[in-house]
Write a protein that binds this ligand. Structure first.
Ligand SMILES: *[C@@H]1O[C@H](CO)[C@@H](O)[C@H](O)[C@H]1NC(C)=O
Ligand SMILES: *[C@@H]1O[C@H](CO)[C@@H](O)[C@H](O)[C@H]1NC(C)=O
Ligand SMILES: *[C@@H]1O[C@H](CO)[C@@H](O)[C@H](O)[C@H]1NC(C)=O
Ligand SMILES: *[C@@H]1O[C@H](CO)[C@@H](O)[C@H](O)[C@H]1NC(C)=O
Length: 351
């Protein structure tokens, strides 16, 4: 995905009328203006004179001062123009932002869907290994795996404050009692040890170190790649919010008047077709949206950083790749506990 520069985002919808108030009335009826007035600014048809009349106009006057001229506009119409200017600006911005928002949304959705799928596949592989190779009953390990992979997804999508280290540590802690019961000792013995025994095992987990240094290594390895994936998600969300905040821009009175002249005053001359006149339009829009334009360099930086992250995501050792062989790392940890079983069992006997 590439994202347009900020100026294109904001000014992309700049289609304005070139001919505005400085036009001599060239029509004999204002009937066509009525339709346009109703459609474009939601005004009441009765505000529009049936044919050009003499009126003193301020916003749409041909001269910088208010002047008395023949026109299809009335004071009531001018007031409606100014009131509609902000809505008009917001609508134009919203339209040009819509496509950008959709692209951001699609990227985020595709990325998250892909990670969801990968984590589900990995979870299924690990569940199979625990059930088939280590004979831990499915109903015993399902909850432990659900919690672990739920936490990993929340981390990847920026929905938790826990670190990867915490999440991995908690997983191996929760796994330990099951590994002790089914891998280290004969399952028939564990039944006699009672409920409190598991609590006791967990209390001494750190000292027993049943999985050796596998949890620490795994956390280190995953941390960088998972962080990058998380920043990717978060950046897309910030972009969505930024685009949303621009949609809701407020504009000052001067700007509303400028937009009225630019966009609506052509109705006074009976001209009701908008003609694009980008240069003039851009100047007015830049003035109106100067506060947003100041964002432009920051937005461009954000886009560049985003593209760097995105390229990094497809290098080696990205989150998806690490997930794809995480089942091997977890079974390595179980193998280690199994080989170290006699030591762990004798340590446990002394506590
Ligand atoms: C505007 O001009 C017309 C004649 O062109 C005149 O009848 C009318 O009184 C003028 N109105 C004002 C407010 O000066
Ligand atoms: C994308 O848009 C759809 C529909 O508007 C919405 O339901 C979904 O939550 C959005 N996805 C993201 C990741 O923002
Ligand atoms: C996880 O397993 C893969 C594949 O066997 C291996 O290359 C990688 O070094 C392991 N990672 C850790 C932290 O043990
Ligand atoms: C837009 O601004 C108005 C106030 O001007 C506020 O009430 C509204 O909540 C804002 N909407 C969004 C989506 O930010």
């Amino acid at each position: 995905m590439s994202v347009d520069s900020w100026s294109r985002v904001v000014f992309g919808g700049c289609v304005c009328v070139c001919l505005f108030a400085n036009v001599v009335v060239a029509v004999s009826s204002c009937g066509a203006v009525r339709d346009v007035y109703q459609k474009q600014v939601g005004g009441l048809p009765e505000d529009v004179p049936l044919s050009p009349v003499s009126a003193v106009l301020t916003e749409c006057s041909r001269t910088p001062e208010p002047s008395n001229e023949s026109s299809c506009c009335s004071r009531a119409m001018e007031q409606t123009f100014v009131q509609s200017a902000q809505d008009y600006l917001r609508d134009s911005i919203k339209k040009s932002n819509h496509q950008l928002k959709q692209r951001i949304n699609q990227s985020l959705t595709a990325f998250q869907d892909h990670l969801k799928l990968t984590t589900r596949e990995t979870q299924a592989k690990i569940a199979d290994a625990l059930t088939l190779s280590y004979k831990i009953p499915k109903e015993e390990h399902t909850k432990v795996l659900d919690v672990f992979f739920g936490n990993l997804r929340m981390y990847l999508f920026g929905e938790t404050h826990h670190t990867i280290g915490d999440i991995i540590d908690r997983f191996f802690r929760n796994l330990f009692p099951l590994v002790f019961d089914y891998v280290i000792i004969d399952p028939s013995k564990s039944k006699q040890m009672g409920q409190n025994f598991h609590g006791c095992l967990l209390q001494h987990y750190t000292a027993l170190e049943p999985f050796g240094n596998v949890p620490t290594h795994l956390a280190k390895k995953l941390n960088y790649a998972f962080q990058r994936a998380r920043v990717f998600s978060e950046t897309l969300k910030v972009m969505q919010m930024t685009v949303d905040s621009v949609n809701n821009v407020t504009v000052d009175d001067e700007c509303k008047k400028a937009v009225s002249r630019l966009q609506f005053c052509s109705m006074c001359g009976g001209h009701n077709e908008a003609r694009p006149c980008r240069g003039l339009c851009l100047n007015v829009m830049r003035g109106c949206l100067s506060r947003i334009s100041e964002l432009s360099p920051s937005w461009d930086d954000l886009v560049m950083n985003f593209q760097n992250i995105q390229m990094g995501m497809f290098r080696q050792h990205n989150a998806q790749e690490l997930l794809s062989y995480m089942d091997v790392n977890i079974t390595d940890a179980l193998l280690q506990a199994s080989e170290d079983g006699p030591r762990i069992y004798s340590d446990v006997s002394t506590i």
